[in-house]
Write a new protein. Structure first.
Length: 254
């Protein structure tokens, strides 16, 4: 019984000494092993700390050199590995890896683009903001320009805004219709000139026909009262025939 206890104690002491020696060797920057592993593997300490064994390269690292006690190399930002790899894989279009040592790429956030092919052939680590006049939903590799009748006035827009009635719109801004013009529909690129016979006091509404006794020329905000000697109907001013007369604001001559 005492012999068994002595053997067990000796085994424990050996294991402890072995573990301390291995730890000290690693702390001093020495790799106390002589095991050679294949690509995609590395020389990993055994669980008891007294030896080394070939193990799959950890996720976020690559192992592409065969030899004695080769250690894993961390993947750069913009690239990943899932484990057991001999090289890192760049994040594809619409994804990114912001820091070294990642095991998976992140989805590009809305309002940004992640285009590895065009600008970052080694993988993208930082999403690029969408500029004014463009937008992007999540996972985008480019920022489309706003369609006609829509606009994006700020950077990093996730969708374009529909042009409101009473305005004209480029891809970057909405502009209120100038005096004497109108746009009664949303989602338009241009304002229309107010036609003669009508008034356009509210640029977001359709033109209003001038009431009897008034008239207008093109680009009018309000209708003008008919002068004496004229009659005005349907927004048209017409001189009275000889022998007839009218006073201010008449729609017919007498």
């Amino acid at each position: 019984m005492m012999i068994g206890s002595a053997v067990s104690m000796r085994s424990n002491i050996v294991a402890i000494v072995c573990l301390l020696a291995a730890t000290l060797a690693q702390v001093n920057g020495q790799v106390a092993c002589n095991i050679g592993c294949n690509v995609g593997e590395w020389a990993a300490p055994t669980s008891d700390g007294c030896g080394w064994e070939c193990a799959p390269c950890p996720a976020g690292f690559y192992c592409n050199v065969t030899g004695v006690c080769e250690q894993p190399v961390v993947c750069d930002a913009g690239t990943i590995s899932t484990g057991g790899d001999n090289e890192c894989t760049r994040c594809g279009d619409g994804t990114y890896a912001p820091v070294p040592g990642r095991s998976q790429c992140l989805t590009c956030p809305a309002g940004f683009k992640c285009n590895a092919t065009d600008n970052y052939p080694d993988g993208i680590s930082t999403p690029q903001s969408c500029g004014v006049g463009t937008y992007a939903s999540s996972g985008a590799d480019w920022c489309p320009q706003c369609s006609d009748g829509y606009y994006a006035p700020f950077e990093e827009m996730t969708e374009c805004i529909r042009c409101p009635a009473g305005s004209s719109c480029s891809a970057t801004a909405a502009t209120e219709c100038a005096e004497g013009t109108y746009q009664n529909l949303a989602g338009q690129t241009d304002c229309n000139n107010c036609p003669a016979q009508y008034s356009c006091s509210d640029p977001s509404l359709a033109p209003l026909l001038c009431p009897p006794g008034t008239y207008s020329n093109a680009l009018a905000v309000t209708c003008t009262d008919c002068e004496a000697g004229f009659h005005c109907d349907n927004g048209i001013r017409t001189a009275c025939a000889p022998g007839n007369y009218s006073s201010y604001g008449f729609s017919v001559c007498l």
